[in-house]
Design a protein around this ligand. Sequence first.
Ligand code: BEZ
Length: 401
Amino acid sequence: MKLFKNGVSRRSLLKSSAAVGAGVVGASSLPRFAIGQEAKIKLGMMLPFSGTYAALGEAINNALVMGVEQNGGKLGGRGVEYVRLDDESDPGKAPQNANKLIKSDNVDFLIGTVHSGVLMGMVKVIRDTGTMTICPNGGAGAATGPLCTPNFFRTSFSNWQPAYPMGDVAADKGAKTAVVMSWKYGAGEEATGGFREAFEARGGKVVKEIMVPFPSVEWQAELTEIASIKPDCVFVFFAGGGAVKFVKDYAAAGLKDSIPLYGSGFLTEGTLAAQGEAAEGLLTSLHYADTLDNPVNKKFRADYENQFGKVADIYGVQGWDTAQLLIQGLDAVQGDMGAKAELISAMEKAELDSPRGLVRISAAHNPIQDFYLREVKNGENVVIDIAAKQLADPARGCKMA
Ligand code: BEZ
């Protein structure tokens, strides 16, 4: 396993060496991480706080902070400082933004991001600098595939994971033809690819792939084209503000009752209040559902709603689980960012008792988790089946250094 330069800040190191040098405490009586004990762990929160994915970034940020607060506001015994940066879901600015957090703000951990293209722009910087990073959403397959690296972990999913089970669901429902549609960027391409892989393995045929530029929400011509093709079903990847508009437009175009609409669960996640009647009855698969009947989920949802006055969703769950992974990793090394190999090893062994159910970390550092088939009923994503049990991403091309 590749090791990197220790992450202890120069300021905290100087403070503690001065204390030790002055004989303030004898080295033998030092707790494991007296060095920098007074320095806070700095988390660089690189998330979208504006644009179509703003609500996603906000939910991740809210629940991560809530998870840390529920741990006494500490990680590995150290207080926590948050440095927030709005990445605007703009891949072009990603390397510069990641470099700023790492080199100017000296963050200990990078937490980011939502958009797969932005994540890809961060990955080279993360690999080059060895910065400890947890991705709380962006599903770009390459990050835990050919570009996997020991210092990068994901608490969310790969884009393939939630989409693949829907190909089976569509085949089970008797569909023989499908149109797939999404935004033209990594997440859309990988999600529609996952659906296609499972659907065509079952003898189905994707007859048309429609990709619109991100984050455009103008698709009247495309909806007309779908109506004229008359496939047995439509599979889409949309999320955030775009998902709200697509579901409403699909229903308004009169397609909802004639051509079943399926999606990765992001289509109806954090969006149901705005989608209203247009979302009722939609089937999606995701690693979470509102109605999951476990005590962790019930408490998480109640806490989130009490604290933020909003209904929790998968983005919040991923943020809260990011806090759990930080807690397990940093507690194992008592907050010592310099103990990188041990930190990574503890994070690899982590088992998250998540609102979504048990989550383990794969060899490629991506979650292994259940995927649920959900139906929108009375404004909630209700579990109707397990679409895939403890599904791991194939992690094609990942060779951990
Ligand atoms: C992505 O770009 O990876 C993504 C964005 C929103 C929801 C899910 C995935």
